[in-house]
Design a protein around this ligand. Sequence first.
Ligand code: IPE
Ligand code: MG
Length: 261
Amino acid sequence: MAARSRTSRDRSAPAPDSAAGDASLHVALVMDGNGRWAQKRGLPRTLGHRAGVEALRRTVTAAPKLGVRWLTVFGFSTENWSRPAAEVQELMALPKRYFDSDLKRLEREGVRVRALGRREGLSPDLVALLEEAERRTADNDRFFLQIAFNYGGQADIADAARRLAEAVAEGRLDPASIDETAFAGALSTAGLPPLDLIVRPSGEQRLSNFLLWEAAYAELVFQDILWPDYDEASLAAAITAFRARDRRFGGAVSDDVLVAG
Ligand code: IPE
Ligand code: MG
């Protein structure tokens, strides 16, 4: 059984409510394989991305049933700008595609939405949409959906370092007080509980600059399924694999594990 380790960051995370049962996992998902899914069907990549939105819808519905309370998904990376302009445009349109049909339901079902990543570089319309989703769901606490958009792990770490440096330069922060907890508090993921599991479908086995700091003790599960095909059974399989892991957080192997071989 995978043990939970809690750090001081948890104090800012809300306690589970009874309606959410014992759901407490923080799972991150790299939504990958849209292009290959479309290619296999002789369709344009844009249709793969649209099918990916359907997969996100299914996964957000499935997650709370499987013990997940925080779901952080990679929507658009700081490196995705290098794709052809038409594809970038399609990816930029995805939050609207998702929220137009789902924001009311997310609002009603107690889901709190938060956008991670840089707002600079995004169109004012898109920033307004992300902020509207955050504002309309701000009082919700049954389930937490983080959408990383224009997000890069290295960029997020650099931005945090700059914010801390500015605070020091302005005399608001003592450099001696910068430790792991203070640093985590300057990232765009500040206040989220520690990451338990990173799932990447599509067969690729790398982080691709997603949640680098947060991945410190996350378990990694890679699945041979393309994101548009992802469903409740796929997420259940990833969580079953996670639960079979022995999480030690740098500690020694327990006697139980040694006896069990
Ligand atoms: C993931 O699918 C979508 C984003 C990167 C936003 P891809 O577009 O990377 O699909 P593949 O990897 O080319 O199949
Ligand atoms: Mg890809």
